[in-house]
Design a binder for this molecule. Structure first.
Ligand SMILES: [Zn+2]
Length: 84
């Protein structure tokens, strides 16, 4: 994998992020701060945005538009929601 391809990927990722924020603005939502891609072409697989566990350490990793959540965090969130 060349650095050029990686830089191109990061640029595209950034553009996608800006486009998403433009859309959020139209919908009246606050913009999301930019974070450099965790899923760069030359880096490791994605990890849970909540607990930080890698895709290999959890049973399931669910992908959202700008984040990932693992099955353990989903179960924890469901527990918290059930408390109400
Ligand atoms: Zn998690």
């Amino acid at each position: 994998m060349s650095d050029d391809a990686d830089n191109e990927y990061k640029r595209a990722h950034r553009e996608l992020h800006d486009a998403m924020n433009a859309l959020r603005e139209i919908q009246g939502n606050p913009p999301v701060p930019y974070r450099e891609s965790n899923t760069s072409l030359i880096h490791e697989p994605p990890f849970c945005s909540f607990c930080g566990k890698g895709a290999n350490s959890v049973r399931k990793l669910i992908a959202g538009p700008n984040a990932f959540i693992c099955d353990e965090c989903v179960a924890l969130a469901a527990e918290i929601m059930a408390d109400d």
